[in-house]
Design a protein around this ligand. Structure first.
Ligand code: MN
Length: 414
């Protein structure tokens, strides 16, 4: 673990509201013009091409011979690479600071950089760890029963999702067709979803595998987590309602999942670790953790209706509203001996706060369509064709931020 001091500053001018302070230094895959893809980091308004730094001798070629995918590096090597980048970008170091030609080439303006899906996920698992979301959904769909099902406080509920439709921010999402049945109809029909929704989630990639048949102790499971992203788990609510029993969501979720391009390492989030929500009743021993991976991440959802030019914030909440921490999620997954795979992506489940305006889906924000969200002079119950949505999130330090950037998606017609 390498935690960058909160007093550190870069020679690159970083606005206090930038997600990419020198305390962050996340990783992404950059597709530079006319060159091979490369690992990159971010500082202020710039993306830093790490291969160019290596070619100039500023990053050890012996230590980092391959930099064209996340798979080239172990987690220790990511820590070492981040340490080397910190030293190059720190304000007192003249090596890159005073090399104008190399700076011009290696620092690409963020708004011009083409960032790819950081890791093509080998699996996508989606949890349901946002307790306020789970309670709201229970209240809406099972009004006569307790909002949470009996297992909720004993294990982190999840389902296996679809890895092949995970896409990077900026990829348009086509409105899916699906089978739905109106409550008063006798039989279902097939057509474009009328209840297209988003889900505000955090996610993490596994960076260290485990062997089949072996479990992973919760005390060491965090070593398997490479880093964190933001996740929009697009959902077709009308399809979901009809198909999900008894085996869970299937086509209502698998048409597309968007993630942010930056992988933020646990080291960067360590100063923002917070007490997890109290777990009552106490969880079983294999899920008990003394220093849970729960983080204080401000999360926001912004919507730009097709008719409008600007985004408006429609929700704001915090990742501290997760009932199950990330290490508990992964320890639960490994507890039956299934192998953890390098590149597996885990979503947290929708993160909602406790009051109106803090919910992580339109389903909740509009209370099943009964209270439309107003943006200027337009209303939305669910997403319309041409609507654009942005999820964003950051940790607030003293005078700096450690952020995830954005995950954007625009809805195409069916
Ligand atoms: Mn989800």
């Amino acid at each position: 673990m390498f935690v960058i001091p909160k007093t550190a500053r870069s020679w690159v001018n970083v606005d206090p509201t930038s997600h990419f302070s020198i305390q962050n230094l996340p990783f992404a895959i950059l597709a530079p013009l006319g060159r091979e893809v490369t690992l990159a980091t971010a500082i202020g308004d710039f993306v830093v091409d790490i291969t160019l730094l290596r070619e100039a001798g500023l990053i050890s070629e012996k230590q980092f011979p391959f930099l064209d995918s996340f798979a080239d590096l172990t987690q220790e090597e990511f820590t070492e690479l981040r340490r080397a980048l910190f030293e190059l970008l720190e304000e007192s170091n003249p090596i890159l600071r005073d090399n104008d030609i190399l700076k011009m080439k290696a620092l690409v303006p963020l708004h011009r950089a083409r960032l790819l899906l950081p890791i093509k996920p080998t699996a996508f698992i989606d949890f349901y760890s946002g307790i306020n979301h789970a309670s709201n959904v229970g209240r809406m769909f099972r009004p006569d029963m307790p909002p949470l099902l009996p297992n909720y406080r004993h294990l982190p509920v999840a389902y296996n999702g679809r890895a092949s439709s995970v896409v990077v921010s900026g990829t348009p999402i086509r409105r899916p067709h699906g089978q739905t049945k109106a409550a008063d109809a006798e039989s279902p029909t097939f057509g474009p979803t009328k209840e297209l929704d988003f889900e505000l989630e955090m996610g993490f990639y596994v960076g260290m595998p485990s062997a089949m048949g072996e479990t992973v102790d919760i005390g060491v499971v965090k070593e398997h987590i490479l880093g964190f992203v933001l996740v929009n788990d697009w959902s077709a609510r009308d399809v979901q309602r009809w198909e999900y029993q008894p085996l869970g969501p299937f086509l209502a979720k698998s048409f597309g999942t968007s993630i942010s391009p930056w992988v933020v390492l646990p080291d960067a989030l360590e100063p923002f670790r917070v007490t997890r929500l109290e777990q009552d009743p106490p969880v079983l021993g294999h899920l008990q953790t003394s220093e849970p991976m729960a983080y204080d991440v401000h999360l926001e959802v912004k919507l730009k209706p097709a008719e409008q030019e600007d985004y408006a914030t429609i929700s704001a909440t915090n990742a501290n509203q997760l009932y199950w921490s990330f290490d508990q999620q992964l320890a639960h997954q490994a507890s039956n001996g299934t192998p953890l795979g390098w590149g597996d992506l885990y979503g947290s489940g929708t993160i909602s706060g406790t009051e109106e305006g803090t919910y992580g889906s339109l389903l909740e924000l509009t209370w099943r369509g009964s209270k439309p969200v107003k943006v200027g002079n337009v209303e939305r119950k669910f997403l319309e064709d041409g609507d654009s949505l942005i999820l964003t999130g950051y940790c607030q330090g003293e005078g700096f931020r450690v952020g995830f950037g954005e995950v954007e998606g625009t809805i195409l017609p069916a």
